[in-house]
Design a protein. Structure first.
Length: 494
């Protein structure tokens, strides 16, 4: 769990400045009588300099921290180049879930994956939790909605030819270790056909528990997909998903490829210890020094990639939890959150542990800064009713008198009799947040386990003060949230 450096931990620097002033003044007082006047002038100068240093340090320590969008690239911004990027939202809308005409709609996850496959010239790296793209992976289900998943798998398989020729492109797959529940038969077929190289990562070996929960495609170090969709046919037609398709953005793609590189290393390692990551895995782009981006040729944005858990954040990489907390802490007017699960707990250990970081940040934003907080949390047949208690505790702070605005709704994907037979389908699987300046899209559910022993990533995009248009990716994400919040599928928490 990351530690947050307190202001008092930095005060010895100020104390050293005071100590230096006292020592210099004492030295002057010991000077000879004939040197008193010069020494006095010197002492005055040194005191003046010391006072200036104290004022300077004080301003650094005690001034309010700039908001993310006010960082002009952090250190060295004046030397930073602005990089062009095409970024668009992509989502999966489950069959049978409909919206009124004119509602926001975007490229589907299936279409985004096909675009990446078609554009790949040399390489495709996929980080994944599990693989069930084929209909046979869900016995007892006979449904046409499996076809997009089958198509994606067939296209991946076609990259090989039973090992009789070299694959068209190099495909590498890093996956969570297979289990009896998730045997990952798809990747075994891909490997045996010579279509892909596959490594599996045992998170219990490294962390005692956890999984690789990242969902990531990287193509040619130029393009990538990041979002909530697993390598599962249901993620294309039966589960509501949100992600981003990033194209022609080599700098950002190269940076996210470093995270995949960590997974690939761990999957090939015989050690049970996380290494001290060398400079190849480090990044220059983070919360304090984001990448300067020109997004879709109409928006100046600052962006960076975050990761979890902390041992998988090499030098320069912002932890995913820190990225989420900063997004909440820098919100001025509103925070809108859509996630499948929300628990201020470590829930996957034998004994639950209180884990209040995100919950505390939301409470503080609403109570102290008057930020309007909305949470859209999923409800499906696998939801735990105990989650309601924690959500009600948060919502109960709301007060018109005290101008505290916290609202929570449950999103329920409609399910008919045949869809009910599909295991682990029909759920809003989104994992994103949008504020008045920042769009955050991640791969983790919001309970403590996902930030302490489970691998996930996030993309943080912040509009700069230069942004004047309302036709931005952040606005698109806000419009998606409002579409879902106001829909017939969202029910107020009671």
């Amino acid at each position: 769990m990351p530690e947050y450096k307190k202001l008092e931990d930095q005060e010895p620097d100020v104390e050293n400045a005071n100590s230096t002033t006292v020592q210099n003044t004492a030295t002057v007082q010991d000077a000879g009588e004939g040197q008193r006047q010069a020494a006095g002038q010197q002492a005055g100068q040194m005191v003046t300099v010391s006072l200036f240093m104290l004022l300077f340090l004080g301003s650094s320590y005690f001034q309010p921290r700039p908001r993310l969008h006010q960082y002009k690239g952090g250190r060295g911004h004046g030397l930073q180049e602005k990089f062009d990027c095409n970024i668009q939202l992509v989502e999966s809308i489950p069959i049978g879930l409909t919206y009124p005409d004119g509602s926001p709609r975007f490229l589907s996850t299936y279409e985004a994956w096909l675009e990446l496959l078609k554009s790949a010239k040399t390489s495709l790296d996929i980080a994944s939790f599990y693989w069930t793209l084929k209909a046979e992976d869900t016995p007892g289900v006979s449904d046409n909605s499996t076809r997009p998943g089958e198509d994606v798998f067939a296209r991946l398989l076609a990259n090989g030819n039973g090992g009789s020729r070299s694959p068209r492109i190099k495909i590498r797959i890093a996956q969570s270790e297979p289990s009896s529940v998730s045997p990952n038969l798809n990747t075994k077929l891909l490997a045996s056909a010579g279509a892909a190289e596959v490594v599996s990562i045992s998170f219990p070996k490294y962390f005692g528990s956890g999984v690789l929960h990242t969902k990531l495609w990287v193509v040619d170090d130029q393009h990538f997909y990041l979002g909530s969709a697993n390598m599962d046919w249901r993620a294309l037609t039966q589960v509501k998903e949100m992600g981003v398709l990033v194209q022609n953005c080599p700098k950002l793609a190269h940076d996210v490829a470093k995270i995949f590189g960590e997974y690939w290393y761990l999957g090939n390692s015989d050690s049970s210890r996380i290494p001290n990551w060398d400079w190849n895995y480090a990044t220059n782009y983070n919360l304090k020094q984001p990448m300067q981006l020109s997004v879709n040729k109409n928006t100046s944005m600052e962006g960076f990639l975050s990761s979890s858990p902390p041992p998988l954040s090499p030098s320069g990489r912002t932890d995913d939890l820190d990225a989420i907390l900063n997004t909440i802490n820098t919100a001025i007017t509103y925070v809108n959150i859509a996630v499948m699960d929300y628990y201020p707990l470590i829930i996957y250990e034998k004994n639950h542990h209180y884990w209040p970081f995100i919950d505390d940040a939301l409470r503080k934003a609403a109570v102290e800064r008057g930020v309007a907080v909305k949470l859209l949390i999923s409800w499906w047949k696998h939801s735990n009713p105990s989650e309601d208690r924690y959500l009600r505790s948060l919502q109960d702070l709301a007060s018109k008198k005290d101008k505290i605005d916290i609202q929570i709704r449950r999103f329920i994907v409609p399910t008919d009799a045949s869809q009910e037979k599909i295991p682990f389908g029909r759920v809003n699987h989104n994992k994103y947040m949008v504020t008045d300046r920042v769009a955050y899209i991640g791969t983790s559910n919001w309970s403590g386990d996902y930030f302490t022993d489970t691998a996930g990533i996030g993309l943080v995009l912040s509009e700069t003060l230069e942004t004047e248009t309302t036709n931005t990716l952040r606005c698109d994400l806000r419009n998606v949230f409002e579409r879902d919040w106001d829909s017939k599928y969202a029910t107020p928490l009671v």
